[in-house]
Write a protein that binds this ligand. Structure first.
Ligand code: UDP
Length: 314
């Protein structure tokens, strides 16, 4: 009998790549998603696979799964700032109630559990690069607080279930990730820049574009998550690519690689937008023997191929 994994948010960007990876590893995959930000197109390629099941369900409701479960990967949540600003209450609910339901299920099935956490737990960081030991700088009542605090609460809940119920749990603090199957209109920097460049429209830079991010290709994140599940380590682990750059440089790179005629258009900086972000991955390197393998040029070209195939005229 193959191991069975439940992937909440399995029809989302990272979730759908995890479905692919765990199917490839021989698992039976139960993909659960309410399709609020995920999409069936992301998982359509698995529909004729016997070991794949899709369930449309809101993970904040009572959760029931028939039979055995070996692992739960809890990825359900809006994750792009534009999405969670539009769905603030759903974001808080899925991080709190949804994580509670998913942990309850893990407890009843004696399944391992991995939480998709985020670099947003560090907020607008005062420590740079960010280590797992940094407590963060988050405004609980700011606009981004709905996501940041939901994920911080989720981390606390995971640790409580680990300590009190002895569940084998993991927390992946995932930094900016990109690649095929990102939603083109999810509002994040890279999908925006790529669609704008391919349409020869101005690239929208928020603020003066000097804020930094560190972008990791999806395959590297999936590898890190897979390896983390094989350990007994319960504390948070940063997963991301330390290759930090300004958002202006990212925009220029997208223009160069697409050969676009687009120019840069400066817009207002959203409230609470972190000014810097770079993961310290010392822990992941030593614990998982993991380090990102895909350089940005390669990753960008693979992502561009996907967007070119999916782009439609506005
Ligand atoms: N950003 C931008 N133009 C866009 C979209 C985003 O300049 O069209 C900026 C955004 O303000 C942030 C950075 O790019 O500083 C990364 O934003 P993203 O939404 O990708 O995710 P975040 O890292 O903020 O969660």
């Amino acid at each position: 009998m193959p191991d069975r994994v439940l992937i909440t948010g399995g029809a989302g960007f990272i979730g759908s790549h995890l479905c692919a990876r765990f199917l490839n590893e021989g698992y039976e995959v139960i993909c659960m998603d309410n399709l609020s930000t995920g999409s069936l197109e992301n998982v359509a390629r698995f529909f004729n696979e016997d070991r794949f099941t899709f369930t449309r369900y809101d993970v904040t409701q009572y959760l029931h799964v028939d039979g055995r479960l070996d692992l739960i990967l809890h990825f359900a949540s809006p994750a792009s700032p534009a999405d969670y600003l539009e769905m603030p209450i759903q974001t808080l609910k899925v991080g709190s109630l949804g994580t509670h339901k998913a942990l309850g299920l893990a407890k009843s099935k004696q399944a391992r559990f991995l939480l998709a956490s985020t670099s947003e737990v560090y907020g607008d960081p005062l420590q740079h690069p960010q280590k797992e030991t940094y407590f963060g700088n988050v405004d609980p009542v700011g606009l981004r607080g709905v996501y940041d605090e939901a994920k911080r609460f989720a981390e606390a809940l995971v640790m409580a279930y680990h300590r009190n119920h002895g569940i084998r749990t993991h927390i992946a603090r995932i930094f900016n990730t990109y690649g095929p199957f990102m939603r083109m209109d999810d509002g994040r920097a890279l999908p925006n820049f790529i669609t704008q460049a391919l349409r020869n429209e101005p690239l929208t830079l928020y603020g003066d574009g000097s804020q930094t991010r560190s972008f990791c290709y999806i395959d590297d994140i999936v590898e890190g998550i897979y390896r983390l599940c094989q350990t007994d380590y319960a504390g948070p682990v940063n997963l991301g690519n330390p290759d930090e750059m300004t958002i202006t440089d990212l925009a220029r790179e997208v223009i160069a690689r697409t050969g676009s005629a687009s120019e840069l258009a400066f817009k207002e900086l959203p409230e609470g937008d972190p000014m810097v972000r770079q993961p310290d991955i010392t822990l992941a390197r030593s614990l998982l023997h993991w380090t990102p393998q895909v350089d940005r040029q390669t990753g960008l070209d693979l992502t561009l191929d996907y967007f070119r195939q999916h782009i439609q005229s506005p």
